[in-house]
Design a protein around this ligand. Structure first.
Ligand code: BG6
Length: 293
């Protein structure tokens, strides 16, 4: 199907009525809904959906650079490129096909891209909507030939929350982080959970593979499972930064929180023929379910 600006997108559905939308622009998940039709990802009401423009919302992919520490545009080019659908891809794991909805996308560098980043890669993204309404993203980056290359990566996941002041992240306690608001200085998380009362822009390093984001008001917990992604970015722009972003409404920071599975501290190097896989699974459970575990 096409979205409202005519950009191709794929809609995945499971028999229970959950759904996900994946835009070929950016290879980006732009919506994920539960079986009641409730949206679970944030997208700014001011997001600009047009070719070559990164969307503030959903799950943009940051590749091959995180932030602006490098020669490329902020967060790399993958999120602003047009991806293609790949038919008949080989199986990854037998369990993947138990899921009811699945799409495979492919990004390869154009001649123009090779001028900015002269490496031959194939980036395959599989998006799966599971029987429990869970959403899995599997990224496989392959060095096709030529010279070795190095990249950073993040699934920049905009979770929709009811009130940022009532949200807590569990799983990052005692973990070290780099604070982007303090010249990437290194600190250790002291709290028993991460909570929010001002702008936060951090890269937590070598984190556990399961992180929980508890939305107290909605009595809903996002469970984030990751593999091949040691780091976790936590970002909320808060009031001042929100006002400086043209494609983001002033008050929207209250309804969103980015928690990214990422590989940033130690960038990935691939020699010719080598492949890297980074996997993220998102699941929503009622908060009561979590506390009983
Ligand atoms: C986060 C960064 O991952 O992305 C922030 O840590 C940045 O520093 C944010 O502001 C959004 O970036 P962009 O380029 O989508 O506005």
């Amino acid at each position: 199907t096409k979205d409202w600006n005519g950009i191709d997108q794929v809609v995945l559905r499971n028999p229970q009525g959950a759904s996900a939308k994946v835009s070929l622009q950016g290879g980006q998940v732009t919506s994920w809904r539960n079986e009641k039709g409730e949206e679970l990802l944030f997208t700014s009401s001011k997001a600009i959906f047009k070719p070559s423009k990164a969307i503030h919302g959903g799950i943009p992919i940051y590749f091959p650079q995180f932030g602006n520490c490098g020669s490329l545009e902020q967060h790399g080019f993958a999120r602003s490129k047009f991806w293609t659908i790949e038919e008949n891809t080989p199986d990854l794991q037998p369990n993947d096909f138990n899921a009811k909805g699945c799409v495979d996308l492919l990004l390869k560098p154009s001649e123009e891209d090779l001028k900015c980043w002269p490496y031959s890669f194939e980036f395959r993204l599989r998006v799966l909507l599971g029987v429990d309404g869970d959403l899995t993203l599997i990224s496989r980056v392959r060095n096709v030939n030529g010279k070795p290359f190095t990249f950073s990566f993040a699934y920049h996941t905009y979770l929709l929350v009811s009130d940022i002041s009532e949200v807590r992240i569990e799983g990052l306690e005692t973990v070290d982080y780099l604070d982007n608001l303090r010249q990437r200085e290194r600190f250790t998380e002291q709290g028993d959970a991460v909570t929010f009362e001002s702008e936060v822009d951090r890269v937590y390093l070598r984190c556990p593979n399961v992180i929980a984001v508890l939305d107290h008001e909605k009595k809903r917990t996002y469970v984030i499972r990751k593999e091949g992604l040691p780091d976790v970015v936590v970002w909320n722009p808060w009031e001042k930064k929100s006002k400086s972003m043209v494609d983001f409404a002033d008050e929207e920071y209250k309804q969103m929180l980015c928690v990214d599975g990422a590989a940033i501290e130690k960038p990935i190097t691939l020699k010719p023929g080598e492949e890297w896989t980074g996997r993220l699974q998102l699941l929503v459970v009622p908060s009561t379910f979590c506390s009983e575990q």
